[in-house]
Design a protein around this ligand. Sequence first.
Ligand SMILES: C[S@@+](CC[C@H](N)C(=O)[O-])C[C@H]1O[C@@H](n2cnc3c(N)ncnc32)[C@H](O)[C@@H]1O
Length: 281
Amino acid sequence: MLRGPLSPFIKWPGGKRWAALQISELISSSLSGTYYEPFLGGGAVFFHGLPRRAVLADINKDLIATYRTIRNDPARVIRVLRRRAVTEEMYYRVRDDEPKDAAGRAARFLYLNRTAFGGIYRLNMAGKFNVPYGGGDRTPEVLWKTEILRLASRALRRAKLIVSDFEPVIEAAGTGDVVYCDPTYTVAHDNNGFIRYNERNFSWSDQERLASAAFRAADRGAMVLVSNAHHRSVRELYRGASIETLARMSTVTPRSDLRRPVKELLISIGGCGRPSGPPSK
Ligand SMILES: C[S@@+](CC[C@H](N)C(=O)[O-])C[C@H]1O[C@@H](n2cnc3c(N)ncnc32)[C@H](O)[C@@H]1O
C-alpha cells in the first residue's frame, strides 16, 4: 500500500509543489475515473495525490523515458548514478555522454537535473543539453539515500506514460475523469504591468488550442483544471469558467525581506456543477 503524499524527484521549471495540496483536494473531490496530466514536468500534483489510475504525458521524450525507466527498474538507475562523483570534470563527461541503454540515459538525465546550473533543462539547436555546471548542495545523493525513487517507481506503476502533444491526451478524457493542465506560460505575470510573450516554447495559439480542448473535455463530462499566468488575457480566454487566484512567495531572491508574492490563476471547468463552456459572444 502506497501512502502519500510523495515528493517529485525531478526539479522542473514551473513545478507546482507549492500548490499541490490545494490542487489535489480539488482533484480528489471530482475524480472517479482516470486522472490525466498532459504537461507532466516534475509531476508535483500527481505525486502528491497518487490517483489510482493515471495517464501522464509530456512532449519532452527524455523526461518521459526517465519516468518509464524509474518505473521499470529504479535499482539499476541508482547503481549507475552512484558511480558518478559530483565534480565539474565528471559533469562535463556526463553531459557529453550518449548512453546506449535506458538505465544509463535515465541516470544521465537525473545527474544533470541535480548538478546543472539552476537545475535548468535546455537543449541547443542541435538538440544537445547545453547548461553549464552548477555545483552547490543539490546533489544526486538524495536519490539513493532516501526512498524517493523506489516510492516514485511504485506510484508510476499506476500510470500510463506517454510522449505527446497535450491535445490528443485531453481528447481521451470523459465523464468521471479529471484533467490537470500546467502548460508553459505564454504571458508573464502582470505584477509589473507589462506583458512578456514566450512564443518559442508555447505560443498564444497553443494557449487557445488548450482552452478549446479543455472546454470540449468538460462538455464530455470531465473536470478540467488549468494553471496559468495571472493575466487578463488568460481570464478572457477562460471566460465562463470558475477562476481563482493562487499566491506563493517568489524564490528569485534568497533574502526574505525582498520576496514578493507571485500570483497565478487556477481555472476549473466542468465537474461538480461548475460551468462547462464559455458563454456565447
Ligand atoms: C510548467 S511545466 C509543468 C510542471 C509540472 N506541473 C510540475 O509540477 O513540475 C510544463 C511542461 O509542459 C511540457 N510541454 C510544453 N509544450 C507541450 C505540449 N505542446 N504538449 C505537451 N507538453 C508540453 C514541457 O515539456 C513541461 O514539462
